[in-house]
Write a protein that binds this ligand. Structure first.
Ligand code: SF4
Ligand code: FES
Length: 236
């Protein structure tokens, strides 16, 4: 089948504003959208810029907005975004992050917020040269959150960030919860200092758009609400 990829373009050296350019591409309905983008780059316009690496939903580098929904180009099948021959598929960069070129965004803000929650195990006990073990039940409390690949699809989909760009965002809270709920972690106070603030966990309004966008099926909104409950319980 033939589809029209309507791609947002922007070259900071030559363009004042982003604009859309259309490319007609021959694809199979079972191809990934990433295959279509690769065909454009290889055979029509080598200057088209986008990130990709694994092409299998693991590295998180090809997050983008496809027909208005955020997700990974390598996990989006053509048949799911284009039902018939000649259909237009709109491809834009992720929202809430500055566009560097075409579909590439500057992820500095996203990763600064991620680092702010200290996304690593903090323990106040010695490991005594052994693994810090936990039971299967203890692990299941946060198991889904360990699947985050930092693709920023949730960050782009979050409507709160439209009006409150300083909001820490869903991915950072997911990472905070991943360690707050870990039976081996002692960094609760340090993370609450970041989360229990006006730009921390509280601006979330339960839109569930992040949960819908997540290519790893992480229960983002639930985890955000559990984080709020932890903080409320701590305050008494
Ligand atoms: Fe991507 Fe999901 Fe992680 Fe958000 S929580 S960054 S959507 S994998
Ligand atoms: Fe790695 Fe899509 S290219 S997740």
């Amino acid at each position: 089948m033939n589809i029209i990829l309507k791609i947002q373009r922007f070259n900071p050296d030559t363009d004042k504003e982003p604009y859309f350019q259309e490319f007609s591409v021959e694809v199979d309905p079972n191809d990934r959208l990433l295959d279509g983008l690769m065909k454009v780059k290889q055979f029509q316009d080598g200057s088209l810029c986008f990130r990709k690496s694994c092409a299998h939903g693991v590295c998180g580098s090809d997050g983008m907005r496809i027909n208005g929904s955020d997700g990974l180009a390598c996990k989006t099948l053509v048949k799911d975004v284009a039902g018939k021959d000649g259909e237009v598929v709109t491809v834009e960069p992720l929202a809430h992050l500055p566009v560097q070129r075409d579909l590439i965004v500057d992820q500095t803000d996203f990763f600064e917020k991620y680092r702010a929650v200290k996304p690593f195990l903090i323990s106040d006990t010695e490991s005594e040269g052994k693994e810090r073990v936990q039971s299967q039940d203890e692990r299941m409390v946060f198991d889904d959150t360990t699947n985050c690949i930092l693709c920023a699809s949730c960050y782009s989909a979050c409507p709160v960030l439209d009006d409150e760009p300083a909001f820490i965002g869903p991915a950072a809270i997911v990472q905070a919860y991943r360690f707050l709920a870990d039976s081996r972690d002692s960094g609760t106070r340090e993370r609450f200092d970041v989360l229990d603030t006006p730009n921390g966990v509280w601006p979330c309004e339960n839109h569930f758009k992040c949960t819908k966008a997540c290519p790893r099926s992480i229960m983002i909104t639930k985890r955000i609400n559990q984080t709020k409950q932890m903080i409320k319980k701590d305050k008494g």
